[in-house]
Design a protein around this ligand. Structure first.
Ligand SMILES: CC(C)(COP(=O)(O)OP(=O)(O)OC[C@H]1O[C@@H](n2cnc3c(N)ncnc32)[C@H](O)[C@@H]1OP(=O)(O)O)[C@@H](O)C(=O)NCCC(=O)NCCS
Length: 359
């Protein structure tokens, strides 16, 4: 049987940091509230478009896999903050990499986009239609944030991660998954001004209002992810105790704690980096897995469980059998251009730009 092993990985966290104290200079909030309610201490703000973050993450993933851009068959870009719709953003990554032989597609399921992209790429490799793929989870929500709304503005950050997948005869990569959506509840995470329907209503694209019922999303996130995890374990025929590491979507530390409790997973079996990045939407679970590898938390043959949740309300869980490679084969000089601004300065620039356009 054919599988899709993950042989390369890379992340791109933009350098500018926005702390909770920074947020308290523009919103009625404070570090104590944010840490106690979410577990977040800081997040990153991008000084470049999402495609540029994705490009760097992909270059690093290719170097880790020991591959060149010309080897790539397919690029799937998971995000909901594409800098362009036509042409698509995967083609921009192809152009920046010089991956001229790759098919290119964009995929949007909000925060789960990187994980859904992993499913699509795995299925295409397993079916034989592709030999390999670059899978991206990347997001720049900062430009679409309503920076006057303390309910949501504290929660999100920017970032990107990518994986290189290759056909393999070994039972590795995604071995079971569960994907779904609570479409009936889609209105509890709805962003006005983010999509073409709003252009017809005379709203400026990007001038957003987040209709966001945090407590209801919280409940459905816990239910959606824990059910998906149960389904995946059942499909794979393994017990909870056999999972070596849970790498969950990081929307709120209390959501992760509730999920871990339901899974019976001890603290050391759950990877958490929410304190450094907040919720990077599509980039969140992929970047957490990259950091788990970098920190030596993954061993060859480990069973990894990756539950995720997002707008839609989409949910997912993936069971991965990690393959043999846990150290990158190589590195790259590809990097972002330098950033001479702080996270707070970048946010103030976004706020000012929106005011200028609105007049
Ligand atoms: C958003 C979230 C952190 C709010 O936490 P919560 O414990 O439910 O907090 P509440 O909404 O009940 O608000 C409690 C109080 O804090 C206030 N508050 C809200 N945001 C605040 C902030 N940033 N700073 C200070 N106070 C804040 C509220 O106004 C409310 O005040 P009140 O009691 O006087 O009305 C939490 O519900 C959550 O994480 N939800 C899911 C996250 C999510 O949807 N992520 C995206 C999808 S993956």
């Amino acid at each position: 049987m054919r599988y899709a092993d993950i042989t390369g990985w890379g992340k791109c966290a933009p350098p500018a940091i926005l702390t909770n104290d920074d947020l308290s200079t523009i919103l009625d909030t404070d570090d104590e509230w944010i840490v106690s309610r979410t577990g977040m201490k800081e997040r990153r703000i991008a000084h470049v478009p999402v495609s540029d973050l994705a490009h760097v993450a992909c270059a690093r993933a290719l170097a880790a896999a020991g591959k060149s851009a010309a080897d790539v068959d397919l690029i799937i870009f998971g995000s909901c903050t594409f800098d362009q719709l036509v042409p698509n953003s995967a083609s921009r990554v192809q152009q920046l990499l010089g991956a001229d032989n790759a098919a290119c597609m964009d995929l949007n399921t909000a925060c789960t986009s990187g994980m859904y992209a992993l499913s699509v790429a795995t299925a295409m490799i397993k079916s034989g239609s592709m030999e390999n793929a670059l899978v991206i989870g990347a997001e720049v929500t900062s430009v679409l944030m309503d920076w006057s709304d303390r309910d949501v503005a504290i929660l999100f950050g920017d970032g990107a991660a990518a994986f290189f997948l290759e056909a393999s005869d070994e039972k590795s990569g995604v071995v079971a998954e569960s994907l779904g959506c609570f479409g009936k509840n889609r209105d509890i995470l709805d962003v006005t001004g983010w999509g073409l329907k709003y252009a017809n209503q005379g709203l400026m694209l990007g001038d957003t209002k987040w209709n966001f019922n945090g407590q209801e999303i919280f409940k459905r996130a816990v239910v959606g992810m824990s059910r998906a995890c149960d389904t995946v374990l059942e499909k794979a025929g393994i017990a909870k105790e056999e999972i070596d590491l849970v790498v969950p979507h990081q929307a709120n530390l209390r959501i992760i704690d509730a999920l871990a409790k339901r899974m019976g997973a001890s603290e050391e079996k759950v990877y958490i980096n929410i304190q450094r990045y907040g919720n990077m939407s599509a980039a969140t679970a992929p970047l957490a897995l990259v950091e788990a590898l970098e920190e030596g938390r993954v061993a060859p043959g480990d069973k990894l469980l990756l539950p995720a949740f997002g707008g839609g309300l989409t949910w997912s869980a993936h069971l991965l059998n990690w393959g043999a490679r846990i150290k990158p084969l190589g590195t790259t000089d590809v990097d972002l251009p330098p950033c001479d601004k702080t996270g707070l300065q970048l946010v103030r620039d976004i706020i000012a730009a929106k005011k200028t356009v609105k007049g």
